[in-house]
Design a protein around this ligand. Structure first.
Ligand code: ADQ
Length: 467
């Protein structure tokens, strides 16, 4: 059997992995073994580049990391990855923060990672590269003669062509993607954007079999919505301890859990709750809205701004509607353990998930998985989350830009009868268990195997035909 080699910016080094990508792949690596390669920012030698990969023994699979200097961390990770690609791919070209050196460092880090990893690869390996930090990696590996099947999965949305035009070097982006055998995206919407970008920016040709031909390279693109281990999350929720945080006089608890990121629509969420309290507060049961939002990427200005805005808004809502013994918004600014998170989800009557743009949104899936099927809570979900393609039948879909839409959804959720809640939950549970984490990895890797075979056949045909 072929060995699986995963590349991602971060490799799980502690015992408890966190973050959607790492959680999803960690289970696969534990069950089938393999090699996981990533980066790590060096603390001790800030001016030295890592000259070789560092092994991290102690897991059931092999782990190797490449050290990044402080400067590389600033230019490659905080810079090009998170101040250019992240806002651009989330449709926020207005937040692009381009500065000199980012683009060349981003490419240089990818090149060095390819050079240091190539000697560790075997001819029969299947290579799976993850997310926007490492888009050029396949092209760099190919340049070193690596001809293994190489797949890529993008965890965030794929942007429309007009947004890609905001990248000065957008032609290179298409070159990078075309070095893969298979590009996996979260949704059908992303696949349409990907094909559109190749057609309008790069004169790519869509072949009848669904592949894109671009500069005589062949890349297959398809959607593989990332899943969770729903049964395991449900079991964790059943066994989870009580949640002291939600001891409250309110009769209903509504929850939100997100990294503190501008793509998650957190201010919109609070404005929607504020609209609900203004419209329905007097007649409805008291609701506490518990928002857990640990900070991330705090060195990036846009993240400092969103934190300030959110603190101000929650103070405003509490000032307007708070009472002795009742605080409408509880805003917790830290991470909590997955087991406790599962218990919190199960206890919450409503989840409010309002991203302005999101690849998938695993919190929405985890909330559904954690529910008691006999007495489930209600999911309110933005139509801009990738998860909305799968969960439309069971969730209340909202437009996060419209506070009245959120307010009405909360009112509907509060009043929803048991039977309707059960039926909606059953529809979503069916999707979660059908398209779970094993489905995601298994389907992607099978499709990659076939795509690599057909690429070899087509490319040798074009070489033979002298094209
Ligand atoms: P994220 O943007 O990080 O992921 P999400 O899909 O919601 O968003 O995954 C976050 C993960 O972190 C979830 O498993 C959640 O439980 C956990 N988490 C969040 N806040 C937490 C907290 N306060 N304490 C503990 N755990 C917390 C990116 C993309 C998404 C895509 C995933 C996976 O942006 O669109 O769904 O990758 O592909």
């Amino acid at each position: 059997m072929s060995r699986l080699v995963v590349f991602s910016n971060r490799v799980p080094l502690g015992d408890k992995p966190s973050g959607g990508l790492v959680v999803a792949l960690n289970d696969t690596m534990i069950s089938q073994g393999g090699l996981w390669v990533g980066t790590e920012t060096l603390e001790s030698a800030p001016t030295e580049n890592g000259a070789q990969l560092k092994p991290h023994p102690g897991a059931t699979f092999e782990r190797l990391t490449m050290g990044l200097t402080r400067d590389e961390h600033a230019q490659y990770y905080l810079g090009y990855s998170n101040s250019v690609l992240w806002p651009l791919f989330h449709g926020r070209a207005d937040l692009l923060d381009v500065s000199t050196g980012q683009f060349s460092t981003y490419k240089a880090v990818n090149r060095r990672l390819a050079e240091l990893s190539a000697p560790h690869l075997r001819p029969s390996d299947t290579i799976w590269i993850q997310d926007y930090h490492l888009i050029p990696l396949a092209m760099e590996l190919r340049a070193l003669g690596v001809s293994n099947p190489i797949g890529f999965f993008l965890h965030i949305p794929f942007p429309v062509a007009s947004n890609i035009r905001a990248l000065s070097d957008n032609a290179e982006l298409l070159d990078w993607f075309s070095a893969y055998d298979l590009v996996g995206l979260q949704t059908q919407r992303d696949v349409a954007n990907f094909i559109g970008a190749f057609r309008s920016l790069g004169h790519g040709e869509l072949l009848p079999d669904g592949r894109i031909r671009y500069n005589n390279r062949f890349v297959r693109v398809a959607s593989f919505p990332i899943g969770i281990d729903a049964e395991a999350f449900r079991a964790a929720a059943e066994q989870s301890p009580e949640m002291p945080e939600i001891t409250t006089t309110a009769q209903k608890v509504m929850v939100g859990v997100d990294r503190l990121d501008y793509s998650k629509g957190l201010p919109h969420r609070l404005k929607g709750f504020q609209a609900f309290l203004r419209e329905h507060g007097a007649v409805s049961d008291r609701i506490t809205f518990l928002q857990i939002a640990p900070p991330t990427r705090e060195d990036v200005q846009a993240y400092k701004d969103i934190r300030r805005e959110l603190e101000q808004l929650s103070g405003e809502v509490n000032g307007e509607f708070g009472d002795i013994g009742y605080m409408p918004v509880q805003y917790i600014h830290r991470s909590i353990q997955r087991e406790r998170l599962a218990g919190l989800f199960r206890r919450a009557d409503i989840a409010l998930v309002t991203p302005l743009n999101d690849g998938m949104n695993l919190v929405a899936k985890e909330y559904v998985a954690a529910q008691d099927p006999e007495d489930p809570g209600v999911l309110i979900l933005s139509r801009f989350a990738g998860a909305a393609e799968q969960l439309a039948e069971g969730a209340i879909l909202i437009n996060p830009y419209d506070a009245a839409s959120i307010s009405e959804a909360i009112a509907t959720a509060v009043a929803m009868p048991l039977e309707a809640r059960q039926a909606r939950h059953a529809a979503m549970w069916d999707q979660l268990t059908r398209y779970d984490n094993d489905w995601w990895t298994g389907t992607f890797l099978r499709t990659l195997g076939k795509a690599a075979l057909s690429r070899r056949t087509s490319e040798s045909f074009f070489i033979a035909a002298g094209e």
